[in-house]
Design a protein around this ligand. Structure first.
Ligand code: SF4
Length: 409
């Protein structure tokens, strides 16, 4: 093969852009062997999950200390050693720290906040199954995650700390799906489905695949970020049997895309699983254009398409983490046209109470009537496009003097 061939034989494993991906430091667990560190079960067993453990490893602020004490009744504290190692212990505003270490602010409940902000429980015909949209359902198959995000929409349910009665009935859910022929798409979520064993996941996916009208299966998981060691060749072999299978991962900040996460994502992509990322817009974490641009670039290098940027749901005790909707619009406006189109996620608000995901876009249309649309481009230059009409209706456009076409307004 010529050395300048456009497709070198190892192109899937090629380390393009690898200077941007760093392995995590194992300093806090220097007594662990490399094989222990790389074992996902060891990572789970050694999660940081108590005040005592946390304080052994870092100095907490008084607010964090109080937050951890309250978390036992609300949403557990749990951080994998891998993810914990990304925290800057000297920075109380560290974007990784803000996502997983509770603070006293979680006890402040805004009147607009809810325990079930997107109305999942009221759209649940069978325990563990949410049927809100016409042709697709959400199937919650576990209430556990590798680590717990302080802004989690399902805080009521995950971690088991709040006493929520979560007893998914898989057989009932399968019976519902067999009966509802309009459903063609099932999203497995939780909790994190990839916490289940390979065998269990394989069996759930096989049961779904046995239902002929289900065309499309998806998994929502934060494990490639929290616990990339879980993405083993065996797991990928189990998943690839059930194509078409897509996956939405969840990364919020570029620092989360470590060398290890990149390797896990490469395994999933090599298994033929199309990957998308869902970020949640969080104050002090990713509410700046440069941060989201760097995240988008790293995701694209990992063959992950930035898919959604979510406005943070109105979950109780999340006000300190919610950025204004205007910030989301600013970010989309700062990405669109300024970087690869594949790198621009759709900004959505999940309508409070159960209205569904609703796209919210910066306004590019300045004027529209039957004859024309006037709009601005990403640089603010104004353009006019004549509306398409049948040839017998064609007539010259009436003058429209209010905008200078091609000029920044
Ligand atoms: S991983 Fe997902 S389900 Fe689990 S705590 Fe985070 S946001 Fe919630």
């Amino acid at each position: 093969m010529r050395s300048d061939h456009p497709c070198p034989p190892d192109s899937f494993g090629e380390k393009r852009g690898s200077a941007r991906f760093h392995p995590v430091s194992r300093n806090d667990w220097s007594d662990a062997s490399l094989s222990e560190w790389n074992d996902w079960r060891w990572q789970l067993k050694n999660r940081v999950s108590s005040l005592e453990d946390l304080e052994k490893r870092m100095t907490l602020t008084p607010s964090e200390r109080e937050g951890v004490q309250v978390s036992v009744r609300k949403l557990s504290l749990g951080i994998t050693p891998h993810f914990f190692s990304l925290i800057d212990k000297n920075d109380p505003h560290c974007p990784i720290r803000r996502q997983v270490i509770p603070t006293a602010d979680e006890s402040v409940v805004d009147p607009a906040e809810m325990t079930d902000p997107v109305g999942e429980d009221s759209n649940s015909p069978v325990p563990g199954l949410v049927h809100r949209y016409p042709d697709r359902v959400l199937l919650l198959i576990t209430d556990r995650c590798a680590a717990y995000c302080r802004y989690c929409t399902r805080s009521r349910l995950v971690s088991g700390a709040s006493g929520y009665d979560f007893h998914p009935k898989l057989e009932l859910a399968l019976a519902y799906l067999r009966e509802h022929r309009e459903v063609r798409d099932v999203l497995l979520s939780g909790g994190d489905p990839l916490l289940l064993s390979d065998e269990k996941l394989d069996s759930i996916l096989a049961s779904l695949r046995a239902i002929p009208h289900l065309e499309f299966l998806r998994i929502g998981s934060r494990i490639p970020i929290f616990l990339p060691q879980r993405i083993t060749p065996d797991l990928c072999a189990a998943l690839r049997k059930h194509h078409p299978l897509w996956m939405s991962v969840h990364a919020n900040h570029p620092r989360e895309i470590t060398a290890e996460a990149r390797e896990g994502l490469a395994r999933l992509a090599d298994a033929g699983i199309p990957l998308g990322n869902q970020s949640v817009l969080l104050a002090g974490v990713n509410d700046r254009v440069e941060v989201m641009k760097e995240l988008a670039h790293k995701l694209l290098l990992c063959r992950v398409r930035p898919y959604y940027l979510y406005q943070c749901d109105l979950i109780q005790g999340s006000r300190h983490l919610r950025a204004p909707v205007g910030k989301g619009l600013e970010i989309i406006e700062g990405l669109r046209g300024f970087t690869t189109g594949y790198g621009v996620p759709q900004f959505v608000v999940d309508a409070p109470g159960g209205g569904g995901k609703t796209p919210i876009n910066p306004d590019y249309v300045i004027y529209k009537d039957d004859e024309r649309i006037v709009f601005r481009n990403y640089q603010g230059k104004v353009f006019e496009y004549p509306e398409t009409v049948s040839s017998d209706q064609k007539r010259p456009l009436s003058p429209f003097p209010d905008y200078e076409i091609g000029v920044k307004d």
